[in-house]
Design a protein around this ligand. Structure first.
Ligand SMILES: [Zn+2]
Length: 619
């Protein structure tokens, strides 16, 4: 396997430097709970946290969906990366040089390509910035200053200018030794009909676009004159995917985390204006429809999502779609509306950041926003007006997941329209029935609710099923004893010597337990395979911290032996019935040997075994 290309020592060093809590915190808001951290799982939709991170073991595990592992596994799942890309990303992050010749040829190619693209982009960014402050950029700089942007903010967002020249970047880059291939791959240059290359961006103010980690991945160019389109984006490239990225997220993350809130806007200029005016928890989409993936990324960072779109018809339509996207992603949003300006940028220009901050503070919930818009378009003192609003609101209310929300909003609507709540409830109910009817047979896009907040029972059931699949049908008690042994050994690998006095691999009925035990018996290091590390993370999360691994080990060894004893007793009965005396003698010998072992495991004070053990640590 390709992972073997990395020396074990390198991976260990990297894992210890790349702290799992800080890595996961870049994607998920974590809160301390005892010795662990918990948060909403980034791998399945949930409203109550069942995702836990263990800083001591440097592992994560989700009780809801069963995903788990170490820093590498996390990045692989989160960013859909290969193991090598995850290793490389982490190494770059913590500043650990990669060992030479550690990549397979395919990965080496991709890595070289990404590096080439990045180099071309960085070259262009630096040239654009120079141009902004040169004689060519006078008009562009004037425009930015006219929008109230300070030099600090211009630097922070690395804004630049590209002159109205056909091959400004293309020529410059070729002279600087950057291959034409990378100019094309990065979307900076386009090949003309006669085979020559020319610049994609000309006479535009240039906005660099970064990924979540702050690496440059593309540009947006704003026309200075009347050229269409007003905003031109880099095309999707091997390192830029519009449906996934959020503008300025790496700059906004600290603000989002500290305020517990994110504000989503349409335009890049809106975002920059907000930062200029002290509102630093703002991001924008990529000019394409907001995706569930983008919504999920934000909901993992905070709960309070505020949409502040343009106030025209197109903006209102986009907000409606965005509301649905956040609902579909398992969250909710609020919506800012205002008068006297067409977009947030213009609003702060006229009235200042303080006023806009208040708008964000007081923004109505998504459902109230939809109501207010509906009510604006009708005269609700008339029957026709009431019917119009009702027709808009019933499908909206019927689509809500939460009965509580439905009840709250139905009450509100009954007051606003001055109609009886019961009649609205009936309408919602019959709409839902129709909806269900039409959906029956069709596959629902929503996952079944993760209603069990602890998730523990779900999980143990799925583990049992898992064992069942392998045909052994292991009793839960036996399974727990085996897992307890592994948990103790993971905590303190030296205990393998103590364990091997009583056990060998044939004592384990669970495939995973046997595999890990065999591995530990031959080397004190845990296997690096991510399926195995995910399973180990799960065991660690299930048992919680282990204070006295020796005791847990011996308790579980004894339990396992007792299970084996009862299994032998069963077998003895069968053999007696079959009158197979030879076999019976063998079993009796085996039984006595086992009994002796069980007695020898009863050392001092090992007799007490809490009934609920092993349990998941609460809180
Ligand atoms: Zn999960």
């Amino acid at each position: 396997m390709s992972r073997r290309r990395y020396a074990e020592e390198f991976l260990t060093e990297l894992r210890s430097r790349a702290d799992i809590v800080s890595l996961i915190s870049e994607y998920v808001r974590l809160r301390r709970a005892g010795r662990r951290y918990v948060g909403l799982c980034p791998f399945h939709q949930e409203k109550t946290p069942s995702f836990s991170v263990d800083p001591e073991k440097q592992l994560f595990y989700c009780f809801g969906c069963g995903q788990g592992g170490n820093v590498f596994t996390f990045l692989m799942k989160m960013e859909s990366m290969s193991f090598q890309d995850a290793v490389e990303t982490l190494a770059r992050k913590v500043g650990l040089p990669l060992p030479k010749a550690s990549l397979d040829p395919e990965a080496q190619k991709r890595r070289a390509q990404a590096a080439g693209i990045r180099k071309a982009l960085e070259f262009a960014r630096d040239r654009y910035r120079e141009m902004l402050f040169s004689a060519h950029g006078v008009q562009a700089l004037k425009y930015l200053e006219g929008r109230g942007l300070s030099r600090d903010i211009i630097d922070m967002f690395q804004l630049g200018y590209v002159p109205a020249q056909w091959d400004f970047i293309t020529q410059g880059a070729i002279k600087a030794g950057i291959g034409v291939r990378y100019l094309e791959l990065s979307g900076l240059a386009i090949q003309g009909r006669r085979g020559t290359y020319y610049d994609r961006f000309r006479n535009r103010i240039m906005f660099p676009i970064w990924d979540t980690r702050g690496e440059l991945i593309g540009f947006a160019g704003r026309a200075l004159g009347d050229e269409e389109p007003k905003y031109l984006n880099s095309p999707d490239t091997p390192i830029f995917h519009k449906g996934r990225e959020l503008y300025a997220l790496h700059l906004a993350k600290p603000g989002i985390r500290s305020k517990g809130r994110v504000c989503v806007m349409e335009g890049y200029m809106d975002v920059i204006s907000m930062f200029q005016n002290g509102i630093d928890y703002v991001v924008a989409g990529m000019g394409t429809a907001f995706s569930v993936e983008q919504a999920r990324a934000l909901l993992l960072l905070c709960e309070d999502v505020v949409l502040a779109y343009d106030q025209d018809e197109a903006g209102k339509k986009a907000v409606r779609r965005c509301i649905d996207v956040f609902r579909e992603a398992g969250g909710r949003s609020r919506v800012v509306t205002f008068e006297g300006a067409k977009d947030p940028d213009e609003f702060v220009g006229k009235y200042g950041g303080g006023r806009f901050g208040q708008l964000i503070e007081n923004a109505p919930t998504d459902i109230r926003f939809i109501y207010e818009e509906a009510a604006k378009s009708a005269d609700i003192s008339t029957v026709e007006g009431k019917l119009h609003v009702k027709d808009i609101m019933i499908p909206v209310l019927a689509s809500l997941d939460s009965e509580f929300e439905i009840s709250v909003y139905t009450s509100e609507l009954s007051r606003q329209l001055d109609v009886r709540k019961e009649s609205l409830e009936k309408d919602v109910e019959s709409y839902r029935r129709r909806l269900r009817g039409s959906r029956a047979g069709a596959s629902e896009y929503k996952n079944p609710k993760n209603s069990n907040t602890t998730g523990y029972d779900n999980q143990s059931r799925s583990i049992r099923e898992d064992y069942g699949v392998h045909g052994s049908g292991i009793a839960l008690g036996r399974q727990r004893a085996e897992e307890g042994i592994i948990r103790a050994l993971v905590e303190k690998p030296e205990l393998i010597r103590m364990a091997s006095a009583y056990l060998d691999e044939s004592d384990f009925a669970g495939n995973m337990c046997r595999l890990v035990y065999t591995n530990l018996a031959s080397s004190p290091k845990l296997p690096e395979d991510h399926e195995v590390s995910g399973w180990i993370a799960e065991i660690c999360a299930k048992f919680g911290p282990v204070d006295r691994p020796e005791r847990v080990l011996m308790d579980c060894v004894r339990r396992l032996k007792e299970f084996q004893l009862s299994e032998l007793r069963e077998e003895m009965k069968l053999v007696q019935e079959a009158q197979d005396e030879q076999r019976l003698m063998a079993i009796i010998n085996e039984y006595q040997e086992l009994l002796r072992q069980v007695k020898s495991t009863r050392g001092d004070s090992l007799d007490s075994f809490p009934d609920d053990f092993p349990g998941r640590e609460e809180g």
